[in-house]
Design a protein around this ligand. Structure first.
Ligand code: SAH
Length: 372
């Protein structure tokens, strides 16, 4: 039998990637070696708050601990292969995640805000009709290190941490539940990125059972890709709707707020010319959201070759928005950023070596990775 704290690891083992561990994970690792919990906390802080990867430089850790770390652990940073700055200040990073797979991360500077848009999967399985990522198919979930690594990297590259993080890059975050929740924990942690619950937004296409699960472990802001006010239309645009229709989705989102009046759901609504952008749809939307604290974020459709959709004229978007405002809803129009570098919503494609092609029955694979 091995001694307590002996991980049984020999020097020949692959090193432990500390970016793959939460604070609790790092604390128990070093406690297992006989050190105190606060040594683990300090190590976590060196990595995430101070951005250090060289254990020798972590001066408040004892020499034997630093040596043990150097012998058994690593901080495996993301391999960024391309940085694309846009004239509006938006920056897109393309990161290699092995097997020739690539993911994208986007930094969006605004007055008073530095938003980082991160990816949670390589590709996406949900097959939304108007999304370029969907066309790539799904390859795999990202590991914690690969998700939080995007934040680690951007913080070091920019010299300042993001003020807001949104899970709005490639992938469906609620289909990679554990790694996404672990990332949220690190984003919120006082010894790491210190972001308040209002400054972390998870955007989902609506994996209903996992909205409830998220509500148990987290209270970050929730954005939902609604895009249609009726099941008939949403079945076509967001096929996961066939599995989790509006009558299940909307109450689950309302329940997520737990009656906290300071919070509301952000409903994302991509404006598709002649498809979902009429005043009739606006009225249906108003009815659908009645009784749920809501903010509607209209997104001008970002076209890509072969999408089959066109962008609604700005006047129609504004008329739609005015209709929502008249009913008392909060409604904004998302400003498109980073168009020149294909960094806008739904344009992130990275490079996905597809393990399997998109299927016709999109709803069937909708809950990929979702464990109710
Ligand atoms: N999979 C998650 C996270 C993606 S967030 C989700 O569906 O919420 C990206 C947002 O951009 C989503 O609301 C998505 O529906 C929207 N989007 C996708 N393709 C788009 C496009 N071509 N133009 C504008 N918005 C798009």
């Amino acid at each position: 039998m091995s001694a307590p704290g002996d991980t049984g690891r020999g020097p020949a083992d692959a090193p432990i990637d500390l970016l793959d561990l939460t604070r609790a994970g790092i604390e128990s690792l070093v406690q297992g070696w006989g050190y105190k919990l606060f040594h683990g906390r300090n190590l976590f802080k060196w990595i995430h708050k101070h951005g250090l990867t060289d254990f020798e430089a972590m001066t408040d850790l004892s020499k034997p601990l630093r040596q043990r770390l150097a012998a058994t652990c690593t901080v495996a940073l993301p391999r960024v292969v391309l940085e694309q700055p846009a004239p509006d200040g938006t920056i897109k990073w393309l990161t290699e995640v092995g097997d020739g797979q690539r993911i994208e991360t986007v930094f969006i500077p605004e007055t008073g805000r530095r938003t980082l848009c991160i990816s949670s999967q390589v590709g996406c399985a949900l097959d939304c009709a108007f999304c370029a990522t969907a066309r790539q198919g799904f390859a795999r979930n990202l590991r914690l290190a690969e998700i939080v690594g995007q934040v680690w990297y951007a913080t070091r590259r920019l010299g300042v941490a993001p003020s807001n993080v949104v899970f709005m890059g490639m992938g469906e975050p609620l289909a990679n539940f554990e790694a996404v929740v672990a990332t949220i924990d690190i984003l919120r942690d006082d010894y790491a990125y210190m972001l308040s619950k209002y400054r972390v937004t998870l955007s989902t296409s609506g994996i209903v059972p996992n909205i409830a699960r998220l509500g148990i472990v987290s209270d970050v802001a929730l954005a939902v890709s609604l895009h249609a006010p009726t099941n008939a239309l949403r079945d076509e645009l967001v096929p996961i709707n066939r599995k989790y229709p509006l009558e299940a989705l909307v109450p689950a989102c309302k329940a997520y707020l737990r009656g906290d009046r300071r919070r509301r759901i952000t409903w994302e609504y991509v404006m598709l010319d002649g498809v979902n952008d009429g005043l009739g749809e606006a009225k249906q939307l108003i009815r659908l959201l009645e009784g749920t604290p809501s903010k509607v974020n209209l997104i001008p459709f970002n076209p890509f070759p072969g999408s089959g959709f066109a962008t609604s004229p700005p006047e129609r978007v504004e008329a739609f928005r005015q209709r929502l405002l008249r009913s008392g809803l909060v409604a904004t129009t998302r400003k498109t950023r980073g168009e020149e570098i294909a960094a806008a919503c739904g344009q992130l494609v990275g490079l996905v070596q597809r393990r399997r092609p998109p299927l016709a029955g999109a709803a069937a694979r909708g809950a990929e990775g979702a464990r109710p």
